[in-house]
Design a protein around this ligand. Structure first.
Ligand SMILES: Cc1cc2nc3c(=O)[nH]c(=O)nc-3n(C[C@H](O)[C@H](O)[C@H](O)COP(=O)(O)OP(=O)(O)OC[C@H]3O[C@@H](n4cnc5c(N)ncnc54)[C@H](O)[C@@H]3O)c2cc1C
Length: 384
């Protein structure tokens, strides 16, 4: 494989962020774009391992606005990009089992409603009535938004990559970036075992590995990889077709339909940062027990598959967009467990910053790298 000698922009990482950035830059007319992915296929990192959930239910205005811009892009995806992504609007139910969560959810629903998102408040009885197969005797309340749902992650990545390739983007797999050349505070080249690409602009879209890439440029990025895992069950014929995405918020335990069965995940609060992507079988048992207590029919179900992936986590659970202290070195990372759904708009925002000099679709200038040094953190409550 011939590596280009020069590029107007090199994007590192072929997950949803890199793919969306490549598509949006090319669509805006930028030429000579290279996208480098270290794996043999695109979308094998966090994106391909994610739960595919897309939602409007967030606790900060900026995250709600990112969803308001990004989810309609997913709704129009087939029309615009030419790829079916299987968007199912099954709705998300977030269930509060503590008084603290009730108070936080009240605030969140008010915020979402004020921004035009029609999230509904559910009483404890309404939660139980909507989920007759589940045990939520301890529910205090819940929230439901019917336009939240599920999308197929690999179709989104491949849709963007194929459309970008049709516009001339060099999207290459099996190429690991091993270094970045920086001179006088400016990015000069991307180094790989197959040679270097001279370039003035690099986008770090390496997700959980973005901290490693930043280090190559001498930039410190507060993004840590945290393992998260899930499993799918054998078919559960009793499950209604319109079973929603259910989140038992206090336990970070979630369920959604996957084919004829369910996909079930739970976040381990004691997980230490690291790159291990093997399933932690001891924690899988904890997850299975918690899930069976909520959905007793699981005792009859078999395990169909299981896997783990890495969240790319920042100290305030918000992403990092834009410039860094190295001229020409941009980042789009740190989505802390909910980046797949914000991938479409995030690639578009990077294209706007690079080509227009500012973010236009959503003002994410507050989500810059400098906020960590300046103490401008914005906490997100709805992290699962
Ligand atoms: C278990 C799990 C469940 C999740 N569920 C959801 C969900 O329901 N909804 C949601 O919105 N989000 C979810 N997320 C989060 C979401 O998956 C991520 O926020 C999003 O996919 C990040 O995309 P990305 O492109 O930044 O990273 P990635 O998809 O990881 O892409 C980065 C790419 O960079 C490549 N790379 C790394 N280093 C190099 C290098 N040196 N050279 C070249 N290439 C390199 C990697 O191989 C990788 O393909 C979940 C994540 C996990 C792990």
């Amino acid at each position: 494989m011939e590596l280009p000698k020069t590029a107007d922009v090199v994007i590192i990482g072929g997950g949803v962020m890199g793919a969306s950035a490549a598509y949006h830059l090319a669509q805006r007319g930028m030429k000579n774009i290279s996208l480098l992915e270290k794996e043999q296929f695109f979308g094998q990192g966090a994106t391909g391992r994610c739960a595919g959930g897309v939602r409007y239910q967030f606790s900060t205005p900026i995250n709600v606005r990112l969803s308001q811009a990004s989810l309609p892009m997913l709704e129009r995806f087939k029309e615009e990009i030419g790829q079916d992504i299987n968007y199912r609007q099954c709705g998300y139910i977030l269930i509060a089992t503590t008084e603290k969560d009730v108070q936080a959810f009240k605030h969140n629903v008010e915020l979402q409603n004020s921004l035009g998102v029609g999230t509904k408040w559910l009483s404890a009885e309404e939660v139980r009535a909507r989920l007759p197969l589940m045990c939520f005797d301890d529910a205090h309340a819940g929230t439901f938004h019917e336009k939240d749902g599920l999308v197929d992650p690999n179709s989104v990545v491949m849709g963007y990559i194929s459309a970008a390739q049709r516009m001339g983007v060099n999207a290459l797999t099996g190429i690991e970036v091993t270094g970045l050349a920086v001179e006088s505070g400016k990015i000069q080249a991307v180094i790989t075992p197959l040679g270097s690409i001279q370039t003035r602009i690099v986008i770090n879209a390496a997700g959980p590995w973005s901290g490693q890439i930043a280090e190559m440029a001498g930039v410190s990025l507060p993004v840590v990889p945290i393992r998260r895992q899930m499993f799918t069950t054998s078919p559960l014929p009793e499950l209604p077709v319109d079973f929603p995405f259910v989140i038992d918020f206090a336990q970070s335990l979630y369920f959604h339909r996957e084919g004829e069965g369910l996909l079930i995940g739970m976040s381990n609060p004691n997980e230490r940062p690291g790159y291990d992507q093997r399933v932690d079988e001891a924690f899988e048992l904890v997850n299975l027990e918690a899930a069976s207590a909520r959905l007793p029919m699981l005792e009859k179900a078999g395990l169909a598959s299981h896997w783990a992936g890495l969240y790319e986590v920042t100290p305030d659970a918000h992403p990092i967009y834009g410039i860094t202290p190295v001229d020409g070195f941009y980042v789009v990372t740190g989505f802390s467990g909910h980046g797949f759904m914000h991938g479409p708009v995030s690639g578009k925002l990077l294209a706007e910053l690079i080509l227009d000099g500012s973010f236009r679709t959503v003002d994410v200038s507050a989500l810059d790298l400098a906020r960590f040094g300046e103490g401008r953190l914005i906490q997100e409550y709805n992290v699962v």
